[in-house]
Design a protein around this ligand. Sequence first.
Ligand SMILES: NC(=O)c1ccc[n+]([C@@H]2O[C@H](COP(=O)([O-])OP(=O)(O)OC[C@H]3O[C@@H](n4cnc5c(N)ncnc54)[C@H](O)[C@@H]3O)[C@@H](O)[C@H]2O)c1
Length: 324
Amino acid sequence: MTLSVGVIGLGVMGAEHLRLLREESTGVRVAAICDADTERARLLAQDSVVLDDPMALISSDNVDAIVIASPDATHADLALACVSAGKPALCEKPLATSAAEALRVVDAEVAIGRRLLQGGYMRRFDPAYVEMKQVADSGRIGATVILHNVHRNAAAPEWFTGPMSVTNSFVHEIDISRWLLGSELVSAIVHAAPGGDPLLITMETDRGEIVSTEVFMNAHYGYHVHAQLVGRAGTVQMAQPSLTLTNGNRHHGHGYPENWVPRFRDAYRLQMNDWVRSVVSGQPVGASAWDGYVATAVAEQVVTALQTATKTKLFLGARPELYA
Ligand SMILES: NC(=O)c1ccc[n+]([C@@H]2O[C@H](COP(=O)([O-])OP(=O)(O)OC[C@H]3O[C@@H](n4cnc5c(N)ncnc54)[C@H](O)[C@@H]3O)[C@@H](O)[C@H]2O)c1
């Protein structure tokens, strides 16, 4: 069986998902594409049908499953439309721009009793994070006590306003920290440097672990994501961000990518391959709608913690049975 996929949003991320579906996935074809910029969609069309309306793409009889890669504010409504059409979707992070909206999506899945949505938290598929989790789960470093995260971007785009470093970027650390540790986050305190960048966010888990994250949107030297997990009997951390060393200009060392696409190229590919397999098999993988809700809900409360500069107790509510 060939899975017919529709892609909504064809910017930096959507174009990469489109490329992965066309060039690096098997058993799948891109039946339809859609972008608010129809000219852009036409340029990327190849043998896919170009549709102007994302809702028409979701309801099309020629589309079995959907990739949502349009801007954050569009995700919740498009995800809800996929659930009501009974179609699986890989929805870029964040699931929604507010916890209330994200919960509406969760409630819709719970109402039909089926998990159809996978969140685009691709770090769960990154070989370095996967190896860190394997080491931690093996018990080799003992009980985990601290997770240090570093999330640095070369430069934030100008439309990237204050809280977006939390609601759009830091959501990755919320998700990967929960996944790596297997714990739930219970409190947060945020320190901001003058001008609001970088942020240092310290959270505690329900097992007493400490999760520290530096989110630096304008670190200039490159895109750099790093994590170190500290246990009572050892530590595990990511090795170098590149596979080669260069010499030049009296300098020897590793290079940094400009952005996330090269750094997480393998993660995006593995995520896409697993998503296609999971749609065909009906066995969900990756971040669920509930995980998407948690990331958005924690981010929302971290934004409040940033404004109050006090330790904030995080509230999530009860996890529905569907996501046990
Ligand atoms: N998982 C990751 O690592 C990762 C990395 C980057 C971006 N993202 C997410 O991917 C999404 C897209 O980010 P991007 O960097 O590609 O942005 P982008 O601005 O490059 O692309 C967005 C595209 O969506 C189109 N668009 C806008 N409104 C639309 C609508 N209603 N219907 C259809 N198309 C619409 C725009 O014309 C544009 O082509 C964002 O939600 C972002 O948070 C995820």
